[in-house]
Design a protein around this ligand. Structure first.
Ligand SMILES: Nc1ncnc2c1ncn2[C@@H]1O[C@H](COP(=O)(O)OP(=O)(O)OP(=O)(O)O)[C@@H](O)[C@H]1O
Ligand SMILES: [Mg+2]
Length: 162
């Protein structure tokens, strides 16, 4: 068998977000779908300014998070408690030291139920578990975003058709 660095992709969907309201609508649908399950892990890929944090903000708002939603670029993780659930927003942009993974207690966060959302996931591989979705956001010249969802787990496939 040929070994590769990449997990098998179970299913792929593509769409376009012409503007931020399309991103908000998508985030809201996903937010609703995740409330039906104890744990979901979404990895968010794409270049600087693609709209990863924007997507997470819309998703958190849809879940009912009020107040300021900070980008966790410096803290690496921002935790939220909403409707009795833990939601953890990670940004691994500045993450480089694997020891930080254990020291910061991220292993425990991923071992607990809850919704986990991670920007720049490749910077924390191989410590990260397999995400249910890898959501790739690519800005187009027009300002629209080309979006690709790779479902990497059976749960991720379930989330494709909420
Ligand atoms: N679908 C969209 N259409 C047009 N503009 C968008 C869309 N989504 C986000 N934007 C805008 O693009 C910018 C994206 O910034 P954001 O901080 O979300 O990017 P990011 O991917 O998190 O970047 P970083 O890698 O630095 O964390 C915001 O100004 C937002 O308003
Ligand atoms: Mg961001």
């Amino acid at each position: 068998m040929l070994l590769t660095d990449h997990p098998p992709i179970l299913e792929t969907r593509s769409c376009s977000w012409p503007d931020e309201s399309a991103c908000a609508a998508f985030a809201s649908r996903l937010a609703g779908a995740t409330t039906l399950f104890p744990s979901t892990f979404i990895a968010l890929a794409g270049p600087l300014g693609a709209g990863k944090t924007t997507f997470v903000r819309h998703l958190l708002r849809a879940l009912g998070v009020q107040g300021r939603i900070k980008s966790p670029t410096y803290a690496v993780m921002e935790p939220y408690e909403v409707q009795g659930r833990t939601v953890s927003h990670f940004d691994f942009y500045r993450f480089s030291d694997p020891r930080e993974w254990a020291d910061a207690g991220f292993r425990d966060v991923f071992a607990m139920p809850g919704l986990k959302l991670a920007e720049w996931p490749d910077n924390a591989a191989p410590a990260l578990p397999l995400p249910d979705w890898r959501l790739q956001i690519e800005p187009m010249d027009t300002g629209a975003r080309q979006v690709t969802v790779h479902a990497l787990t059976p749960h991720g496939v379930e989330l494709l058709d909420p």
